[in-house]
Design a protein around this ligand. Structure first.
Ligand SMILES: *Cc1c(COP(=O)(O)O)cnc(C)c1O
Length: 295
């Protein structure tokens, strides 16, 4: 794999709310890593691609929904690093800008019934068992390699923060941050904002990867009805945040996470003098499917 330089600065977000509460909010711009191999999707793919290359596999086979940031990232990473790419896409045949971009990057799409989509290893087995160049990548890139890639985010931080916030879908990113903080013995409280309802499964999913299962907190009241569900209140917040900062956030992940921070700040959750770091996990294309609701 050729060298891939990443750019992910930490920037301060100024808001009258934070001045009033004597706290400071910073954002780690993993969305700046790459327009398509964005945010945590690059973090999660990095070591997987290395592993595929080490095993002389040149065909990535992965899984995702029709608006998946992971599919787009894998399609573009495949084109960049010379892998063929195939995706099993959940549900009936559809088209949208994300899938069109995947195709443009050369990804083969195979639409798959929700029922057979559930068993990903068996899909891989059925269609790729004889293909010695095929490399399995789970939905969202979830894997030990992905956790390791996300732990590296902590190594890039140049100053300590009182709090670190991230959005969680599968919890892979959160698990990586948890491990990264443990390894660094950082005195930072990790906060996880699940974007789906009933996040109980997240804890057990994360448990298989983390070294210290007690160094994070969940904020389970910011799912806005469930995965990819939105409310006018959330869309209002996104519009306000984006127009005041110039930073695009999406209603699926980062919008919910930042909403949580602003809401908690409002409710005096943070102590004066504390610093908060929000991880921008990228994936702005999630906004495209909801753009009409945002403006
Ligand atoms: C995929 C994604 C997430 C969820 O990451 P997990 O590791 O599955 O918890 C968060 N934010 C964005 C923007 C994403 O695309």
């Amino acid at each position: 794999m050729q060298h891939f330089t990443i750019y992910s600065p930490v920037e301060e977000i100024y808001d009258e709310l934070f001045a009033r509460k004597s706290i400071r909010l910073f954002i780690k711009r993993d969305d700046c890593i790459h327009p398509f191999i964005s945010g945590n999707k690059w973090r999660k793919l990095k070591h997987l691609l290395q592993k595929a290359e080490n095993q002389q596999k040149n065909h990535l086979v992965t899984f995702g929904g029709a608006w998946s940031n992971h599919l787009l990232a894998t399609a573009c990473a495949g084109a960049t690093f010379k892998f063929k790419t195939t995706a099993f896409v959940r549900g009936e045949t559809v088209t949208n800008p994300v899938l069109d971009l995947c195709r443009l990057f050369g990804m083969e799409l195979r639409f798959t019934s929700r029922e057979s989509y559930r068993d990903k290893p068996s899909l891989f087995q059925t269609y790729f068992a004889d293909n010695t160049s095929a490399f399995f990548i789970d939905e969202g890139g979830a894997s030990a390699e992905a956790v390791q890639g996300c732990a590296e985010i902590i190594d890039e931080l140049q100053q300590p923060f009182s709090h670190l916030f991230c959005a969680a879908g599968t919890g892979t990113t959160a698990a990586g941050l948890s491990n990264g903080l443990t390894a660094r013995q950082a005195n930072t409280q990790l906060h996880i904002v699940p974007v789906l309802k009933g996040a109980g499964f997240l804890k057990s999913a994360m448990n298989s990867y983390i070294n210290r299962p007690d160094n994070f907190l969940f904020h389970e009241n910011y799912h806005f009805g469930g995965y990819a569900k939105t409310t006018p209140e959330l869309m209002d917040f996104i519009r306000r945040f984006t127009s005041q900062t110039g930073i695009l956030i999406d209603p699926i992940y980062t919008g919910k996470m930042l909403y949580a921070i602003y809401d908690l700040a409002q409710k005096d959750y943070f102590k004066p003098g504390e610093t908060i770091l929000a991880l921008h996990t990228g994936g702005i294309f999630g906004l495209l499917g909801k753009l009409d609701k945002a403006v």
